[in-house]
Design a protein around this ligand. Structure first.
Ligand SMILES: Nc1ncnc2c1ncn2[C@@H]1O[C@H](COP(=O)(O)OP(=O)(O)OP(=O)(O)O)[C@@H](O)[C@H]1O
Length: 304
């Protein structure tokens, strides 16, 4: 499938004392929602920090919107303004009030819309007890983790951007709000008519699967699998079989869970013929099942 890229990376690398991120070829397709998946410490935040400009001390070439180098993106306000970012840390200072967030955002970003910000505050039910749905005097330090994340999302959604980089946006959110987040990302992509893209890291793969078009799976600083979800669901197959075939199948399956009656696991579609003669059924795996299989197959952790 041919597609343009919101971000392209060539030979991206960053060395820490005990960790190296090394990605020869990174592609974030334009017009889609991309999930960045990987175990703790795989390098997702490090990569998002590079893309957002928080971290510039890396090697390699990044190209934004098929046109702008990382340096150009940092230098040109018109390009930087097209990119929105939310992180997991204390992005807004604790002493800031919601009014400060609004004020500072409108000073920092040309395209920040105060009415939209307040609309998102109401839509995300950030201040359900406030009569107008926006508690401008409330300090960030008085907000829960989830509410702070919702405030960051309101702040970034209130800007006119073409690329959202969201680091773990779903983690602190309750299930209702994860659903809302999916809806917001879905609307952002569809309103963008092929021009707007989202890259979000997540451990909540199942909750975010409905809006994930493309997935990048990382392990220990490397991309170990990537592709459109519909293609991954053809590349990998969920196999269920009888207990008597479990041992033979375990040599072919990426991962296997067993019980006294049978087994299930993920295998590459290209290896299906190796299961010939076994009494197995085939199903389309979920992105969660594919991700766990790929992560288990590539992890350097000792899993017991
Ligand atoms: N400033 C730093 N100095 C040294 N090592 C660092 C630094 N920042 C990150 N690392 C290391 O880089 C690795 C990747 O960290 P990163 O936060 O990118 O992982 P992650 O995939 O986002 O993890 P998680 O899912 O737990 O949030 C880790 O081993 C971490 O210890």
């Amino acid at each position: 499938m041919n597609y343009d890229c919101a971000v392209k990376g060539e030979n991206i690398s960053k060395k820490f004392k005990t960790f190296t991120l090394d990605i020869p070829d990174l592609r974030v397709p334009k017009g889609f929602a991309t999930a960045l998946i990987g175990e703790n410490g795989a390098g997702k935040t490090t990569l998002l920090n590079m893309l957002s400009g928080i971290r510039l001390d890396y090697k390699g070439e990044l190209t934004f919107f098929d046109k702008y180098s990382s340096e150009e993106k940092e230098r040109r306000a018109d390009v930087k303004n097209r990119i929105g970012y939310t992180g997991t840390g204390r992005y807004y200072l604790p002493q800031w009030t919601v009014s400060d967030v609004e004020e500072i955002s409108s000073l920092l970003f040309d395209n920040f819309d105060r009415d939209e910000f307040e609309r998102y505050c109401r839509e995300l039910a950030i201040f359900p007890d406030s009569p107008d749905g926006v508690a401008l005097k409330k300090k960030c330090s008085a907000l829960s983790d989830g509410t702070r994340t919702k405030l960051m999302l309101a702040g970034v959604m209130a800007r006119d951007t073409d690329l959202l980089l969201l680091d773990e946006p779903a983690s602190p959110l309750d299930p209702l709000m994860r659903d809302k987040l999916c809806q917001m990302i879905g609307d952002y992509i569809s309103d963008g008519a092929g021009e707007k893209s989202v890259l979000f890291s997540t451990h909540n793969i199942s909750d975010m699967e409905s809006i994930t078009d493309y997935a990048i799976i990382m392990e220990h600083g490397n991309v170990v699998e990537c592709g459109f979800v519909e293609d991954l669901k053809e590349k990998y197959i969920l196999i269920k079989g009888d207990a008597q075939d479990a041992e033979a199948a375990s040599k072919i399956l990426y991962t296997m869970t067993k019980n006294p009656y049978g087994f299930e696991g993920i295998c590459l579609a290209e290896n299906l013929d190796k299961l010939a003669g076994m009494n197995v059924s085939k199903e389309i795996p979920s992105l969660f099942q594919i991700s766990v299989a790929v992560m288990k197959n590539n992890t350097k952790m000792v899993l017991k």
